[in-house]
Design a protein. Structure first.
Length: 449
């Protein structure tokens, strides 16, 4: 695919350098739409200005093109600085040229409908203003169209096990592959457990025998499976649950050890299945259960490797290359960039004790979990519930395929931000709000005005 695209563009470049392009000879390779952009300084910014046709005179014009169309963009250097034009979504870039009146060209074939960008890749130039949109197909109401919500509510937890005896528990999981909301105007084809990211929060008691039934939806294109880190046995269950579309597999295990554990799909290429959303948490409570708290939340972190760069609209696709290089474009809590800032509202009142079950699906990035403006009173490090918790912790490290349980009393009202303190990731979508209401205690915090 990539190779043939490369050959095609190589052929095109040769072709375009000859005047034959305009003649109609070899029309298979002739651009069906051509735009010309002139670089300039306007209103103190670096920009492209459209030249000719509908875009004439427009600053950073939006280029509207049909699906599956060969597009040529000519860049004229109008200001003499070094510039180029690139459209990463189409793997297209022009040569860099400097000198007033010099020019270069970029060619690509559009695919499916969507909204993409062109920009200048000379360092700093995109930020300085050299960027415009390429809209492919019918201009869709991306922002208005509500795409499928696959996010898991952080409040969606089963009740505590309390004082019950060990018994038998059934866990039914269904694997699906669905296009869902990722960010405003942006969608992605996720793979899920039970149409949710993360998958359902499984809550059992130490000593329980647990029967896991895994059904793979008949519309799936992949085999899926499940590996519970709480399972002692081959592959954590993955060896006996490699399940084809439309089929069901099952197994039973005894929950030997208390703790907070990750589960995930373990079908090769495992990292691909995990990044696409196939992870969740299973809590094995000790006999007698956990201490009571006022609020419990379920949050998981993951990262996505999209072929398109962060911020692009439309339906994004998976990049194997970026995943192998561990270069994510998106970081998400609970399946979308806005799951915990817009879709679901985490709330607590002053004086309440909050518990967060926090896990990292990954597949690769370790989280430095932190709540801005709070101190964790207790951290059950590595999800261990049989060890004494750490006390008074600012930031805790959570490995991919690992989890932690944190507890803290909220003492002062406000909007507290859940983050990974590797804060570049916030710029790629990783944030959550905890809204705390109540009376401010000015002994604890006092703003001066
Ligand atoms: Cu899978
Ligand atoms: Cu694992």
């Amino acid at each position: 695919m990539k190779v043939s695209a490369f050959i095609l563009s190589a052929v095109l470049l040769v072709f375009i350098s000859a005047p034959a392009l305009a003649s109609g000879e070899g029309s298979d390779y002739r651009a069906e739409m051509t735009f010309t952009l002139r670089t300039a300084v306007a209103e103190g910014k670096l920009v492209y200005i459209g030249q000719g046709g509908e875009i004439d005179g427009k600053i950073n014009p939006t280029l509207a093109v049909p699906e599956n169309t060969l597009v040529q963009i000519n860049m004229l250097n109008g200001d003499g600085a070094l510039h180029d034009v690139v459209a990463e979504a189409f793997d297209a870039r022009s040569d860099r040229v400097s000198g007033q009146g010099s020019s270069s060209v970029m060619i690509f074939r559009t695919g499916k409908a969507g909204e993409f960008f062109y920009w200048c890749s000379v360092p700093g130039h995109r930020a300085a203003g050299m960027q415009g949109r390429i809209v492919v197909g019918e201009p869709r109401a991306e922002a208005g169209a509500k795409s499928l919500d696959l996010t898991h509510s952080p409040m969606g937890l089963p009740p505590a096990i309390g004082g019950r005896d060990a018994g038998h528990v059934n866990v039914n999981l269904e694997t699906t592959e669905k296009v869902g909301h990722l960010a405003d105007g942006t969608r992605y084809k996720f793979w899920t457990f039970n149409d949710q990211i993360p998958g359902p929060f499984v809550r059992v008691r130490q000593g329980d025998r647990v029967t896991v039934k895994l059904h793979n939806d008949k519309t799936s294109t992949m085999i899926h499976s499940v590996d519970f880190h709480a399972v002692t046995g081959p592959g954590g269950g993955a060896e006996v649950t490699q399940v084809a579309p439309g089929k069901t597999e099952s197994f039973t295990f005894r929950a030997l050890k208390p703790g907070l554990y990750v589960y995930h799909c373990a079908t090769p290429m495992v990292a691909h299945h995990i990044t696409n959303g196939m992870y969740g948490l299973i809590l094995v409570e000790p006999p007698g259960g956990l201490p009571e708290v006022d609020k419990e939340f379920y949050v998981m972190q993951g990262e996505l490797y999209t072929a398109e760069s962060h911020g692009q609209r439309g339906e994004l696709s998976f990049s194997l290359e970026k995943m192998l290089d561990e270069q994510p474009e998106y970081y998400i809590f609970n399946g979308a960039t806005d799951a915990l800032t817009q879709t679901h509202r985490m709330e607590a009142k002053v004086g309440e004790t909050v518990r967060i079950f926090f896990g990292v699906g990954g597949p690769n990035a370790t989280s430095s979990f932190h709540v801005i403006g709070e101190i964790f009173d207790r951290v059950y490090h590595e999800g261990s519930l049989s060890s004494e918790p750490l006390k008074d912790v600012q930031t805790t490290t959570v490995a991919p395929g690992g989890a932690t349980m944190v507890e803290f009393e909220v003492d002062y009202p406000g909007r507290y931000l859940l983050v990974d303190h590797a804060l570049s990731r916030m710029e790629r979508g990783l944030a959550g709000f905890l809204h705390v209401s109540g009376e401010p205690d000015h002994d604890i915090f006092e703003p001066h005005d």
